[in-house]
Design a protein around this ligand. Structure first.
Ligand SMILES: NC(=O)c1ccc[n+]([C@@H]2O[C@H](COP(=O)([O-])OP(=O)(O)OC[C@H]3O[C@@H](n4cnc5c(N)ncnc54)[C@H](O)[C@@H]3O)[C@@H](O)[C@H]2O)c1
Ligand SMILES: N[C@@H](CC=O)C(=O)O
Length: 489
């Protein structure tokens, strides 16, 4: 891989400020999903080494939490500056290991860095409260204290931003972190570790452990010294980790799967709505928790919408993300392609219509040609499951009550899109949709100030915004009694 700074491509775990081999000699290859080329190898750490990361974090916590908030802020801003200074290398690493087009990877680096700057500042605003006392001669209040060691387990679809959105909040709050990135995309995490070290974040505060996923997660969940677990990934694994964290009663934050409805009202210009729906569906080749999977179009404009959607979709270029003009890269691996094919086959066997999506045109084994299905119904897998592929399903509906029922007919509740200019309809849908985030007439909805997260089986807690740091803080109540006469208490 050609980088301006080759030292950013690390092939070791990073524990207690040291680049670490696996004691057992186990390793995993990291493969470019566009070409099948092996980009490098990462070690799998053994159980004792994972516990060693917890020992290191425990020792380092004492000093990190004792720093003033503005001192932690300085280190985080130095990290932010280094991420920005190395953004092109970080984007290349990401495109090679994840497959997304280079402009999207640059966008993710920018997005990921923005959380570091945001939380560097938020760390200075972890205010406690003064409580009007009901106890004579006492002063009551709260302090905010770091929860302790945080384990951060992250997915492969956003290999950098899903780490910084958690790690920056935890570090700003005064917590050390142990990051377990996805095995498919470890190099972005390791490059972040290299830059954290250069930024002066002390040994033991930002650790990256690598290993067999179930093994590593089990150890981190079972460790009583790990006080918080923040996971982004599938609902299936999220449930498992929640269960594994129960015996040690951890603070658990879960950012899980989505199956977003995209609702188009009868008043919409079908072309405008179709272009927006294409943008909301095909980002990261559909491998996005916010992907507009279930497109619900009012029956009066359905046919026009579908025609515009199909022609916009046909203009998307599928290919290696390093090549210019590519809109969609590959899927992460062959199983993802198999899953997408099975979902399309299931829909067709139940009566859906394939408007476009000729897989014989795929430029390589991990590529999936953007696919449009109409006549999608709630019985189909393309409705029930998060397809995580460039497969769009369209369903016609008759009125607002019907579309609300359809949109909520899923175990997921992450994000929903609404396209209409009718203010009464907007308000009705906004209130009735069972989602953590509702975006009206805008595809873009995320960013540092946003409380990102889902309801139902899409997760627990919120990341980002003015509450994201709370996931890593404990509230300590104090009662100072016997103070003598306290004016106003
Ligand atoms: N809500 C959000 O903010 C958000 C953001 C990005 C991705 N996601 C979701 O992530 C999923 C895609 O990512 P993915 O395929 O990497 O998810 P995944 O659940 O398979 O993996 C996520 C992480 O868990 C680890 N893991 C996998 N199996 C495990 C097991 N049995 N025990 C413990 N750990 C295990 C993986 O190595 C990885 O680090 C989608 O469902 C997507 O919607 C959600
Ligand atoms: N696009 C999402 C990631 C989901 O996969 C985000 O912005 O967090």
């Amino acid at each position: 891989m050609k980088l301006n700074d080759p030292r950013l491509l690390r092939q070791h775990a990073y524990v207690n400020g040291k680049w670490t081999h696996g004691d057992g000699g186990r390793e995993e290859a990291v493969v470019d999903p566009a070409t099948g080329e092996t980009l490098g190898h990462i070690p799998w750490l053994e159980a004792e080494q994972i516990r060693g990361a917890v020992d290191a974090a425990e020792a380092a916590f004492v000093h990190w939490r004792a720093l003033r908030a503005d001192e932690r802020c300085e280190r985080l801003l130095a990290w932010y500056d280094l991420i920005q200074a190395n953004r092109e290398d970080l984007a290349i690493i990401m495109t090679r290991e994840q497959g997304k087009p280079l402009p999207d990877a640059r966008g993710e680096v920018e997005y990921g860095a923005s959380f570091v700057r945001w939380f560097a500042e938020e760390g200075k605003r972890t205010y406690g409260e003064t409580i009007p006392s009901h106890i004579p001669n006492a002063a009551l209040g709260t302090l905010k204290e770091p929860v302790g060691i945080a384990a951060l387990i992250t997915p492969w679809n956003f290999p950098l931003a899903m780490i910084t959105r958690k790690a920056a909040a935890a570090l700003a709050a005064g917590c050390p972190v142990i990051v377990k990135p996805a095995g498919e995309t470890p190099f972005s995490a390791l490059a972040l570790a290299e830059l954290a070290e250069r930024a002066g974040i002390p040994a033991g505060i930002f650790n990256v452990v690598l290993g067999e996923p179930a093994e590593v997660s089990e150890i981190l969940c079972a460790e009583a010294r790990v006080k918080a677990l923040s996971f982004t990934g599938s609902t299936r694994v999220g449930r498992l980790l929640l269960e594994q964290s129960a015996p040690t009663v951890k603070r658990v934050s879960l950012e899980l799967g989505g199956n977003a409805p995209f609702i188009v009202g009868p008043d919409m210009d079908p072309r405008e709505a179709a272009f927006a729906a294409v943008a909301a569906k095909f980002q990261t080749a559909g491998q996005d928790c916010l992907a507009a999977n279930r497109i619900l179009v009012h029956e009066s404009i359905h046919d026009d919408f579908v025609a515009h959607f199909a022609s916009r979709m046909a203009a998307l270029t599928l290919g290696n993300g390093l090549e210019p003009e590519v809109d969609l890269g590959p899927l992460i691996h062959g199983q993802a392609v198999d899953k997408a094919s099975a979902i399309v086959d299931d829909a067709l066997s139940q009566g859906a219509t394939l408007v476009a999506g000729d897989q014989s045109q795929a430029p390589g084994p991990n590529f999936f040609v953007p696919t449009l299905l109409t006549g999608v119904t709630p019985k189909m897998k393309v409705w029930r499951e998060e397809n995580f592929a460039p497969v769009a399903g369209v369903t016609a509906y008759g009125d607002d009550d019907e579309v609300i029922e359809l949109a909520n007919d899923t175990e997921y509740g992450l994000a929903a899109y609404v396209y209409t200019h009718d203010i009464r309809r907007i308000w009705k849908l906004l209130r009735a949709l069972e989602y953590g985030m509702v975006s009206v007439n805008s595809v873009k909805m995320t960013g540092p100030p946003v409380p990102f997260g889902g309801v139902k089986q899409s997760g627990l807690g919120r990341e980002g915004g003015n509450t994201g740091i709370d996931e890593y803080l404990e509230t300590k109540y104090y009662c100072l009694g016997a103070l003598g006469s306290v004016s106003g208490s």
